[in-house]
Design a protein around this ligand. Sequence first.
Ligand code: PLP
Length: 421
Amino acid sequence: MMPTKKSSIWHPFTQHALRDEMTRVVRGDGAYLHTGDGRRIIDAISSWWVVTHGHCHPHIVSAIQEQASKLNQIIFAGYTHDPAEEVAAQLMKLAPRGLDHVFFSDSGSASVEVALKMALGYWHNIGKQRIRIVVMQHSYHGDTVGAMSVGARGVFNAAYGPLLFDVTAIPFPARGREQATLDALEAACRNEIPAAFIVEPLILGVGGMLMYPAWVLGEMKRICEASDVLFIADEVMTGWGRTGTLFACEQANVIPDIACYSKGLTGGALPLAVTLCRADIFDAHYSKDRTRTFFHSSSYTANPVACAAAKASLDLWQNQESRQRVASVAAMQEHAIDPFRADPRFANVRRTGTITALDLETSDPGYLANIGPKLQAFLEGRNLLLRPLGNTIYVMPPYCVTAADLDQIYAGIRDAADALA
Ligand code: PLP
């Protein structure tokens, strides 16, 4: 018999039979979290990749406080408000040129659902029957049904298989196998006449921090463009400086037809997401004929307080200092990870921008192997918040992290290998 849970909360991606004791966090500041039992933990993964400028950044906190006392919720169908208008205006300056319209939602998964519905709605409204989606092997786009359908099939969604729609998957462009990926995409575009191709640019996150070069991203866009297939960039993880540029697509000069941003959009303070699209995708829904309306919303679409947080975070991106922080975190990460390249206990030591990853050599690899939770527990014992993907350990810190914090993080990883490899 399992022991009775102490709390009634059912936590996400958590096997309660193996971990029922949750770490209670009472405060966050900068790169640190403070626990109820008086410990200070370094947040080496930006609390599921969302915290960019640091926990409780004063500029974002005061924007939230100010907005919360003015207007904290308003139906967004038929009504608008300054924080949303300001976020949209700033996105028009920061996002790739040519993405002219902004649709708000409240999570990365929702932004992907919106992207898929925009793509299918576009083809439907211009009188063409295109419904198939092309995806990349090992991808993750979220946990709602549409987002799961375009993500990798496996343990995460085995129980829900019958609910998921069929897609065409092309292989991940592993080193030396890039042409096979491009050939597969070209064949899928030619043979299936798909509605869209959706991809995580430069890094597949949940799939194992798998990195591929910018030129492949550029070629994939070229192939889609030549076949009139919509190119959806899921920058939910890669956006907001993670790959070294504000958006990963910049590194290949790619202007997606549809782009999804979330996670760091509010600096990690409140849930919010956006899906941006080309003018003609909006135009295909623009008609006096009401059947062409984009039928999508959620009750909290463009919540004013979340938008105020996003506006404050976008303000910070307007100044050079945030971009310099990204460059300096990328350089510090390279310096910190480099010695691991010669360490035989690790394979595939890699970095793109501010994200590093390395695979601990183990006889028991894979996402569900026991090594992941063991590593996490060991590292938490060192007051480090990391959450390895199986035997893949990655570091994705807030941009206020210091060289001393990184030293502590990598010393913890080295000690974990000593203890557990
Ligand atoms: N897309 C990508 C690339 C992601 O990494 C994630 C989350 O990790 C999502 C979508 C889903 O975002 P959310 O967890 O906010 O629904």
